[in-house]
Structure formats: structure tokens, C-alpha cells
Design a protein around this ligand. Structure first.
Ligand code: AR6
Length: 173
């Protein structure tokens, strides 16, 4: 199955789509979100601002995904998703994280794209324990890719520790 773990700055990857771990406003932030906006340039913010709000200040509810062009990024598109904030594990965090991966892939398929890189959604500011997040990511992607050889997924980690955690989840299952 075309699913691999790598260590990289996701903004350098030349894939069809990179995934942004955004917040519901889609108007930028820190972490990988900030890095993506910095490299894509100000037109990415304009494109995000143009997306409709489903509630005041909400362009993408938690677990959902939206797509924009990649502008100055090497990636053609950015798929913005909003991971859950970790509140101890009993507030649907796993289900919402699973939805992030599934909805991102649904957008990829709808645009007839094939290569995608995900960061470790929710594992930074949002505080999701990395080993648990990695298990959700791997199980969900395995399920999604079981009958689909056309999609190539990279789990893009930003540190050696995170790479080891995701690699462990990949080898364990
Ligand atoms: N390439 C790949 N991974 C990265 C990069 C990069 N350039 N930069 C950071 N990471 P986070 P979250 C890793 O905090 O937890 C933002 O402010 C990082 O080391 O970016 O989903 C949004 O606007 C970590 O492992 O996302 C939201 O408000 C992972 O990406 C909030 O943070 C995710 O960390 C979302 O929090």
C-alpha cells in the first residue's frame, strides 16, 4: 500500500496536495499553518478568506476539510483541515481526527489528484498525544487505501521523535 512516513518540512514537498493543520477560521496561525501561509504567499490567505463561513468565523468546522490552490508552494493544492483539540480523549477526539484524514482524501479524489502529504494533525498546539494520533492516522489511511492503489500518501513528520512514533504505528498494525 502506498503509505510512507518521512521527515521533512511539508512546504518543500512537490506533491499534488499538502494538508494544512489549520484552525476553523482558516486565516492562518502558528506551526505548520504559519509555515504553509509564509511559503504560499498572501494569495493563500485571500483564497481562504473567500471561502464561505458556516458560522461566524468558521470556514471549516473541526474534522472537515477545504481545498485551495497552493500558490507559491511546490504543491499544487493545499487541503486545509481542522484537527480536534485534545481534551483528554473523551470528547470524540479520535473520531474527529479520523474525519480529518477521510475528508482530506475525499477532496483529493474529487479533484482527481493522486499524491498527498499529511502533517501530524493535532500533535502540536492542539495537544493530541502523538502515539495515539499516529494510530488513528495509520488505521484510517489503511482503511481508505485498502482498495485504492492510485493514491500515494506521505505522513510528513517534522522531528525524529515524531517520525519514529508514526513509523512505529505503521509497523505495529
Ligand atoms: N512541516 C511539517 N510539519 C510541521 C511543520 C512543517 N513545516 N511545522 C510544524 N510541523 P501544529 P495542530 C508539525 O501545532 O496541533 C496552528 O496555529 C509540528 O511539529 O502545527 O493541529 C493552527 O492555526 C506538529 O508535529 O498543528 C491551529 O490553531 C504538527 O506539525 C493550531 O496550530 C502539528 O502541529 C493547530 O494545531
Amino acid at each position: 500500500m502506498p503509505l510512507k512516513v518521512s521527515i521533512a518540512d511539508i512546504t518543500t514537498l512537490r506533491v499534488d496536495a499538502i494538508v494544512n493543520a489549520a484552525n476553523p477560521s482558516l486565516l492562518g496561525g502558528g506551526g505548520v499553518d504559519g509555515a504553509i501561509h509564509r511559503v504560499a504567499g498572501p494569495t493563500l490567505l485571500q483564497a481562504c478568506r473567500a471561502l464561505p463561513e458556516s458560522a461566524p468565523g468558521v470556514r471549516c468546522p473541526t474534522g472537515d476539510a477545504r481545498i485551495t490552490p497552493g500558490f507559491l508552494l511546490p504543491a499544487s493544492y493545499v487541503i486545509h483541515t481542522v484537527g480536534p483539540v485534545w481534551h483528554g480523549g473523551h470528547h470524540d477526539e479520535a473520531l474527529l481526527l479520523e474525519c480529518c484524514y477521510r475528508n482530506a482524501l475525499q477532496l483529493l479524489r474529487r479533484q482527481r489528484l493522486h499524491t498527498i502529504a499529511f502533517p501530524a494533525i493535532s500533535c502540536g498546539v492542539y495537544g493530541y498525544p502523538a502515539a495515539q494520533a499516529a494510530r488513528v492516522a495509520v488505521a484510517t489511511l489503511r482503511d481508505e487505501l485498502a482498495d485504492d492503489d492510485a493514491i500515494d500518501v506521505t505522513l510528513c513528520c517534522f522531528s525524529d521523535g515524531m517520525r519514529a512514533t508514526f513509523q512505529h504505528a505503521l509497523s505495529a498494525a
